[in-house]
Design a protein around this ligand. Structure first.
Ligand code: NAD
Ligand code: DAU
Length: 362
């Protein structure tokens, strides 16, 4: 079997790095991965320490907004699969500084589409055999659900509210337009909230774990009853791979595991798990207390509830999540607890300024 070449963008981030681990574990030497990442604050090569010497792994530091560079990468490599993760991903940052979200998420996606199209298109406008582009997107493009029911289906109209979700919606529409106009061989996946190892501690779960271990306040936005639908990150990686290999081209697939939780429930679970996992003689154990929970000013435009209907990916592709929330959250907390150095490294320097600017007067 020929070795298949993947171009993964944003592979040094949270989901991208978990996807690269997943793919090498699954396919070993049968695949080659080229990871293109700008290494913004969210990109961290430490996430890929255990694959960096793999003979079939290459890292290229580049910005997806650099169109010429993207073309060059396609010209120099016979790329079979693109899995496009690279994005600005944090809603709170998008509220403070929307511009970079439009640049990376919209223009970056356009550049990649153009580079892949130029490399894969035949003279007659058809595309070379077995070339596929997968755009990794989010359930936030569908907007917000009421507390009392409903789900996001692939047919749910787009209704993004934050600059982040608006930029992701724009990028989805660009991918859709390339499929409709050029018959460009692509899929889109819209996934719910991921959790697991290597997530940057600006996001709810790692932020709460890190703060609790240090005895710092746990800042809950609004009434703490906003609902997110949580999926263990390896199950997202598995879904992406299955859609790309077994899904119908030109289709969108929602990915989610029916794990709806209120934010406040997540925080109580984290505190309970930490108490259970930390040995009695660990000095950090004394910090773990419900008294740390602090209600703060709500996020502007805060979406109330997300919930994915994963019927299509289950039926057509045969995808099922492997990790249930109870097990996944325990594994995740244990990982952060055992990787104190990783957390120290990512929270040194700029992170303190970020934290001050987001939370100091909230
Ligand atoms: P992340 O912020 O952890 O990682 C993003 C990565 O992209 C980083 O490595 C960063 O350096 C890189 N990057 C940013 N701008 C770049 C640029 N201009 N050029 C090249 N690389 C650049 O994000 P994540 O949580 O891993 O999310 C990955 C993708 O999955 C995003 O597209 C996001 O919208 C989508 N998604 C995330 C979730 C979630 O819960 N985190 C859920 C559904 C979909
Ligand atoms: O739904 C998928 C999306 O999930 C992805 O597309 C995004 O990239 C990802 O960041 C995530 O977005 P959310 O805004 O849902 O995730 P976040 O972890 O920022 O927040 C989860 C919930 O927790 C949300 O209701 C806001 C709340 N929250 C968050 C933080 C950081 C707090 O109450 N306090 C906090 O300090």
């Amino acid at each position: 079997m020929a070795v298949r070449t993947y171009l993964v963008t944003g592979g040094a981030g949270f989901i991208g790095s978990n996807y690269i681990h997943y793919m090498f574990e699954k396919y070993g030497d049968d695949i080659r991965i080229i990871n293109v990442d700008k290494l913004t604050y969210a990109g961290n090569l430490e996430n890929l320490k255990d694959v960096e010497d793999h003979p079939n792994y290459t890292f290229i530091r580049a910005d997806v907004c650099d169109g010429e560079k993207m073309m060059e990468i396609f010209n120099e490599n016979d790329i079979d699969r693109v899995v496009h993760f690279a994005a600005e991903s944090h809603v709170d940052r998008s509220i403070k500084n929307p511009d970079v979200f439009v640049r990376t998420n919209v223009l970056g996606t356009l550049n990649l589409l153009n580079a892949a199209k130029a490399a894969w298109e035949n003279e007659d406008g058809t595309f070379k055999e077995d070339k596929k582009f997968l755009h990794v997107s989010t359930d936030e493009v569908y907007g917000s659900l009421d507390d009392d029911g409903g789900y996001f289906y692939e047919t749910t109209p787009y209704d993004p509210h934050s600059p982040y979700s608006a930029s992701k919606a724009s990028s989805d529409f660009l991918v859709k337009s390339y499929m409709d106009t050029y018959h460009f061989p692509a899929n889109i996946t819209n996934c719910s909230n991921n959790y697991g190892p290597y997530q940057f501690p600006e996001k709810l779960i790692p932020l709460m774990i890190n703060n609790a271990l240090q005895g710092k306040k746990l800042p809950v936005y609004g009434d703490g009853k906003n609902v997110r639908d949580w999926l263990y990150v390896a199950d997202h990686a598995k879904g992406i791979d299955m859609v790309q290999e077994k899904g119908r081209l030109f289709e969108t697939y929602n990915i989610g595991g029916h794990n709806e939780k209120q934010n406040i429930e997540i925080i109580y679970t984290i505190l309970d798990c930490l108490r259970e996992i930390l040995p009695d003689d660990d000095p950090r154990k004394a910090n773990i207390s419900e008294d740390l929970i602090t209600y703060v000013t709500d996020r502007k435009g805060h979406d109330r509830r997300y919930a994915i209907a994963p019927d299509k990916i289950k039926k057509e592709v045969g995808w099922e999540p492997d990790t249930m929330f109870k097990e996944g959250i325990r594994k995740t907390i244990k990982w952060y607890f055992e990787h104190e150095d990783w957390m120290k490294n990512v929270t040194s320097g700029d992170y303190q300024n970020y934290y001050e600017s987001m939370y100091a007067n909230r």
